[in-house]
Design a protein around this ligand. Structure first.
Ligand code: M6R
Length: 628
């Protein structure tokens, strides 16, 4: 979703701002702009559409300035037009503001400001900020005071970048339930809503805490809380390599990330199950570690004591989208191995309910970005009830990492493509490891059983490599489905979430309507949509639910649906029911979601690419969904 950047120093600001905006592109956006202080004016250049549009304008205008802010906007209030693009300015052209998030009381503030004579020129909620700043600054010419008074009347979660003609030596940044990072270089400073965009330039960073304001100058910074109290925090020097954003020869980031999945599984396992080959009986270790890649100097790992783990009576998993599907697999595995009741909740739904969580509840929030507003709100609501909290995220520098008491990090590197793939399988791996970990601690599984399961997990990356080697075969099969306008995915048990995730991937990437169903539910309604135009894709793995799933597929065949399956090599029953089969090597049912999703990811990719869709940045989608 929206991204904020800022620069001040001795170099030209716009090339730096543009390059930082490129780093944030993957978050998803539909317009972009910059504001630089050029001579005695604020020069605001912005455009709807891709960054290339902004780049063209910048090449034409060539603004000369060493201080500015920039933004990629994902439209919430008002369509993605040039006017609604950020930055926004006040009627005197004194302030420019970029904004992430939503100002929930903007309508009331807007009415109040209009009554006071302020003229609005956009449909955005953001514009109230700049008029409020202007109004408050008029009172005493104290810019910090004006910012403090402004943010104190705004409700919601937001981050701001501010420049002012009256104070040409500084940028202000405001963080309120968002993420913002300040980077400190040699005679230059940087601002970005994602530390990736700062790491290109410097490894010395300050992450803003919640409800904090930063005054950033070329060689210094000051931090203030919303009541004006100054805070003193040293910057942190990161010792990790900056993320590399490179397609490495693949046509798209998505294809690269699908192919990285075996590596991601290996990395995640070797982190939490080190030395398994030499000592298969070694326990899973979610040891607490100092986290050096984050200025919060936090720690991560599972910090609950054995007694606390034994005291858990209930688990609630909260997440959205793909992470929610991973959570559904997590539920089945934890229930099976630990005999703890687990509920999976759509984060946007649970947060406003009376969450039935208490001191014996563990709430697990799953989020690739760690910035998903709904997931964070659900986690905070559960935390307020006294529940234990555990975050599973790919971003140890995220907001989720700050608020979760326990943290498991998926070892994926940055995921650039908006559609989640490698982070999904890494989340699944974390759930398998967590379930075995909890099961061993609670005594619900034996050590021998745990060792067997760890062996199975260890074999998964190689299995996945065998599947990826069938890419060409899958491509041929996939293109047979590219003419469909509706696709149904069915499965049972542990692969029901695979059906949901398969449908989500196809929708996101190809814009073909797709739905996933528990196979047994098909006859309770969805079967009405079936005819010879509708492919029904069945995920079928030998095990507890095989026969019943096959029967449900046959019900579809009897309605003349186009029959497609993901089925294992050697399944001789499958050809009787299915016209097209994505074959995978035999796999144990409980762990099969780790690999059954791979042909479906590839299928969605091939169909979307064939249809000419924007594979890495599908329309309307954002990678970090930072509004509720
Ligand atoms: O960053 P998160 O994992 O919290 O994001 C949740 C969803 O927005 C995300 O999984 C979304 O569904 C992806 N586009 C899936 O490909």
């Amino acid at each position: 979703m929206c991204g904020i950047v800022g620069y001040l120093g001795n170099n030209q600001a716009t090339p730096v701002l543009l390059s930082k905006l490129r780093c944030l592109e993957y978050r998803g956006y539909d317009s972009a702009g910059v504001a630089v202080i050029e001579g005695d004016r604020l020069n605001i250049i912005k455009s709807a559409g891709k960054l290339s549009n902004l780049e063209t304008l910048l090449q034409q205008e060539r603004p000369s300035s060493t201080i500015g802010i920039g933004h990629t906007r994902w439209a919430t209030h008002g369509s993605p037009t040039n006017e609604n693009a950020h930055p926004h300015t006040d009627s005197t052209g004194t302030f420019a503001v970029v904004h992430n998030g939503i100002i929930e009381n903007y309508a009331q503030l807007r009415t109040e400001l209009i009554e006071q004579g302020y003229v609005f020129t956009t449909e955005t909620d953001t514009e109230v900020t700049v008029h409020l700043l202007s109004r408050e600054y008029e009172k005493d010419q104290d810019i910090l005071g004006a910012i403090i008074r402004t943010v104190n009347v705004m409700k919601g979660a937001f981050a701001l970048g501010i420049v002012s003609l009256k104070h040409r030596d500084r940028i202000y940044a405001v963080n309120h339930h968002y993420s913002l990072t300040v980077g400190l270089g040699e005679n230059e400073s940087f601002l970005a809503s994602d530390s990736t965009a700062v790491r290109q330039y410097t490894n010395k960073i300050v992450r803003l805490e919640q409800s904090e304001i930063a005054e950033i100058k070329t060689n210094s910074y000051r931090l203030f809380s919303f009541d004006g109290t100054e805070a003193f925090r040293e910057p942190v020097s990161l010792n990790t390599e900056p993320y590399k954003i490179d397609k490495e020869g693949f046509k798209h980031f998505l294809l690269k990330e699908i192919n990285e999945q075996p590596l991601v599984l290996r990395q995640t396992m070797s982190k939490y199950l080190p030395n398994f080959s030499s000592n298969p009986k070694a326990p899973i270790s979610f040891n607490v570690e100092r986290f050096s890649a984050d200025s919060s100097e936090g720690v991560y790992g599972v910090k609950m004591t054995d007694n606390e783990i034994k005291s858990i009576k209930r688990i609630i998993i909260v997440a959205c989208g793909t992470a929610l599907n991973a959570g559904m697999v997590g539920k089945l595995v934890i229930e099976q191995l630990c005999s703890i009741p687990v509920e999976v909740e759509i984060a946007s739904e649970i947060q406003t309910r009376n969450i039935l969580a208490d001191e014996s509840t563990l709430v697990i929030a799953v989020s690739q970005s760690g910035e998903t507003a709904d997931t964070l709100a659900a986690m905070k609501a559960a935390k307020a009830k006294g529940a234990y909290t555990l975050g599973i995220t790919n971003r140890p520098d995220s907001h989720l990492a700050q608020i979760a008491s326990n943290l498991i990090v998926t070892e994926c590197g940055i995921e650039v493509s908006v559609a989640a793939t490698k982070t999904y399988v890494a989340q699944l791996m974390c759930f398998y490891l967590l379930a075995i970990y909890l099961g061993e601690k609670r005594g619900s599984i034996s050590q021998d059983h745990a060792v067997e399961m760890k062996k199975t997990l260890h074999a998964m990356p190689a299995l996945m490599e065998q599947i990826l080697a069938r890419e060409e075969e899958y491509k041929t099969l996939s293109l047979k489905l590219a003419d469909a306008s509706d696709v149904v995915f069915i499965a049972r048990g542990v692969n029901y979430p695979t059906a949901l995730e398969g449908a989500l991937k196809l929708k996101e990437l190809s814009y073909i309507h797709a739905s996933g169903y528990a196979a047994g539910e098909l006859k309770h309604g969805p079967i009405a949509v079936l005819d010879s135009a509708v492919p029904v894709i069945t995920v079928l793995v030998p095990g507890k639910v095989y026969e019943k799933t096959l029967s449900n597929a046959q019900e579809s065949r009897a309605r003349n649906a186009r029959m497609v399956a993901v089925a294992v090599d050697g399944d001789e029953m499958a050809p009787e029911t299915f016209d097209h089969i994505f074959r995978i090597p035999p796999v144990e049912e409980l762990f099969s979601p780790l690999v059954t999703i791979v042909p479906l990811q590839l299928m969605s990719y091939f169909v979307a690419d064939y249809l000419g869709k924007d594979v890495d940045q599908p329309r309307n989608l954002a990678k970090s969904v930072t509004v509720e």
